[in-house]
Design a protein around this ligand. Structure first.
Ligand code: DMJ
Length: 684
């Protein structure tokens, strides 16, 4: 059947031939005239039928056109020369203000003080933020120099990004971007970090292309000299040394070479297979003057600590405990063997940083040298990715190999550029996208705590520079703590730090982990932070002490709750599932800073009460054990685990707290990492 034949079934062939496009010229005119004539000759109902058919055809065709082409067509007509549609569409999807799912989260950021940028001679921007309010719904109690304007200096690259609206959108919400385009290593890789990173990962036994040993041999800068410690000088210190020896003896007998001791069942507990308790305890033994124990641990590290096992480990835990432990042992003893081990471990931890965003993956396989997000979630913990910087920087400075410091500086820059709520951060972050998880909790306890600690400590480690993002972020964060998280109980007025569930809803819950904060605040105040930090430090220290001495065992529970109003029976209370004590150090750490920085011996007495409580309830034949219940002296439910931080931190801080020389470790020269390992302070 021909086309004409087909059309002739419904319409006169002449008419249709003209409608579907006839020839040009005279022939065309003739054809048009005959078309008009033919059209007029048609009965009215047939003409209507044809018009309806054409309308229906055009309408259907319009329906099948893609939506964005419709927008494009419309925009091209409205605004000739407008940007191609796909750019506009990405912006619409990526702009948080247009994304329906992000509306809730944006409320979180609404309160962030508006920043005013002014250019600096060096090309960076000075950002003046609004000061903290000194009163907020009766919650905020402290006001002082903190109310002055904070001056936040953004690095040039960040300022440039913030000047560019599209760039800001990409950083805040780059979920929809292809992964290769998101890599901050690729974006900010003028010095080729990725190539260097891959090189180091390929050759874990080498530094700068030669064996670690030869590299250290040829190094121009001086290696660590080593410090001298004289051992216990009083009864309390001697009691702590005895507690350490008891713990060590149990570990040696029942768990030697394994990660932790199970002191009740007198067996071992494996976590990463890295002899955690040995490496974590090295510097404690050195500081306590336990030469024999230190030497046997040193031999084990030299001969038996290997990192080639095909096993996933946690980047943060291994960094603070093992890398931090090795580096501290190196600096205190001057023994280069520890630095050699630290360098190999550093190389093997680097795969974590090969993420698209530069925010590290939480899990790394040291043997295979690969890394990934945790099995249970796509996100890393915010505190974990921000609590590795002291150690990696120290490794770079000690070995003269910049890559370790550079990868953690990328993390710093990335986190600094993200939107925060009053300087406070959500507790989860995605290593692929480099963005915080929407609606994540804000807390100074688990998964949030040491982000704040390392802002201050990194600033101390690097020579306390003015206008440094680290300290400015720290000040803003502590303002956020004061205005958003700090409350007092209704009757007894205990100060505590609550949490914001989903980033919004206040919960009067405080982890024992948060009791590191008084010490950190005092350390900051001693280095020029405002008096509001000091007041909070003192009040919070008192509250943390209450969480101990109010319990029948005089040991604190893992989590405490606080009354919101008079209806609650007690101002401080513990729920049955939160009543465990894991031998944690945070409060003793804070007492140590209070003693070391003030010389006031009251803090020693507070610590002594707690030390005795551990002696009474946690000590067993083969060491010290965690407890399941601090609320009943007759039913403490021993949990059968002695984590490595008991010997690394809790006993070290007790020992230093009871020292007659409060500067046994000089805080001008040393900064403790999050696991209690002192690392040297640098001038820059
Ligand atoms: C330690 O491993 C470190 O102090 C870490 O920062 C927090 N948790 C434990 C001690 O409680």
């Amino acid at each position: 059947m021909t086309k004409t034949d087909h059309v002739a079934l419904t319409l006169p062939s002449t008419s249709i031939a003209s409608i579907t496009g006839g020839a040009g010229g005279d022939e065309g005119n003739l054809s048009r005239k005959s078309l008009r004539r033919s059209w007029n000759q048609l009965p009215r109902c047939q003409r209507n039928l044809i018009i309806m058919a054409i309308t229906a055809f055009l309408f259907t065709a319009l329906l099948f056109l893609p939506g964005d082409q419709l927008i494009n067509i419309k925009d091209v007509h409205l605004k000739p020369g407008a940007a191609p549609f796909h750019i506009r569409r990405e912006n619409t999807l990526q702009n948080p203000h247009h994304h329906p799912n992000l509306e809730k989260e944006n409320k979180l950021y609404d309160d962030v003080p508006a920043a005013v940028a002014s250019p600096m001679t060096d090309g960076s921007r000075l950002i003046k933020t609004k000061p903290a309010k000194d009163k907020l719904d009766g919650r905020m109690a402290y006001a002082d120099g903190n109310t002055a304007e904070h001056v936040v200096k953004l690095p040039e690259t960040v300022a440039a990004i913030n000047d560019n609206n599209n760039g800001l959108i990409d950083i805040v919400n780059n979920v929809d971007q292809p992964i290769e385009e998101q890599s901050s290593l690729a974006i900010s890789d003028p010095l080729n970090i990725r190539t260097e990173l891959e090189e180091a990962i390929r050759q874990p036994f080498k530094l700068a292309g030669v064996s670690i040993e030869s590299h250290l041999q040829n190094m121009e800068t001086e290696l660590a000299k080593g410090q001298h410690f004289h051992g216990a000088t009083n009864e309390r210190q001697a009691a702590v040394v005895a507690a350490f020896k008891h713990s060590w003896a149990g570990y040696k007998t029942y768990a030697w070479g394994h990660d932790n001791l199970k002191p009740v069942s007198q067996s071992s507990h494996e976590w990463f297979g890295l002899g955690l308790s040995i490496v974590d305890s090295l510097d404690t033994m050195y500081i306590m003057g336990l030469e024999d124990e230190f030497n046997e641990a040193r031999d084990w590290v030299k001969n038996s600590l290997h990192f080639h096992t095909n096993r996933d480990v946690n980047l943060f835990e291994v960094t603070i405990r093992v890398l931090g432990g090795l580096l501290s042992a190196y600096h205190l003893s001057g023994d280069k063997m520890f630095l050699v081990k630290a360098a190999e471990l550093g190389n093997r931890l680097l795969p974590s940083f090969l993420s698209p965003s530069g925010i590290p993956y939480s899990d790394v396989n040291l043997g295979e040298r690969s890394a990934h997000s945790p099995k249970w979630s796509p996100d890393s913990s915010t505190s974990e990715v921000t609590t590795i910087q002291l150690e990696f920087r120290d490794l770079s400075r000690s070995t003269n190999v910049p890559i370790f410091e550079r990868v953690v500086n990328v993390v710093n820059d990335k986190i600094h550029a993200l939107d925060k709520s009053h300087g406070l951060v959500p507790i989860f972050i995605n290593a692929n996208t480099g963005t915080f998880r929407n609606y994540a909790t804000i807390s100074l306890g688990a998964r949030g705590d040491s982000y704040y600690e390392y802002l201050l400590k990194q600033w101390l480690q690097t020579g306390r520079k003015d206008n440094d993002n680290l300290i400015l972020d720290y000040m803003q964060a502590i303002d956020g703590v004061l205005t958003q998280l700090m409350r007092r109980t209704p009757r007894e007025h205990w100060v505590y730090i609550g949490e914001l569930i989903n980033g919004h809803d206040f919960k009067p819950k405080m982890d024992h982990l948060t009791c590191y904060l008084p010490g950190t605040l005092l350390l900051g105040h001693d280095n020029g932070m405002p008096d509001s930090h000091l007041l909070l430090a003192k009040d919070l220290l008192d509250t943390c002490y209450q969480t101990y001495i109010r319990q029948p065992t005089q040991l604190a529970a893992e989590i405490s709750y606080f009354a919101l109003n008079d209806k609650d029976d007690s101002d401080i209370y513990v729920k049955p599932n939160d009543a465990h004590n894991l031998l944690r150090p945070e409060f003793i750490e804070s007492l140590y800073y209070f003693y070391a920085l003030t010389g006031n011996r009251t803090y020693q007495d507070m610590g002594w009460n707690i030390f005795q409580a551990f002696e009474k309830h946690s000590k067993v034949a083969a060491g010290y054990t965690s407890l399941g219940n601090v609320k009943n002296t007759l039913n403490t439910r021993m949990r059968d685990l002695m984590e490595s931080f008991w010997m690394s931190e809790t006993l070290k801080y007790f020992y230093l707290l009871f020292s007659d020389n409060r500067k046994e470790i000089d805080l001008e020269k040393w900064v403790f990492n999050s696991e209690g390992h002192p690392l040297p302070v640098y001038q820059h």
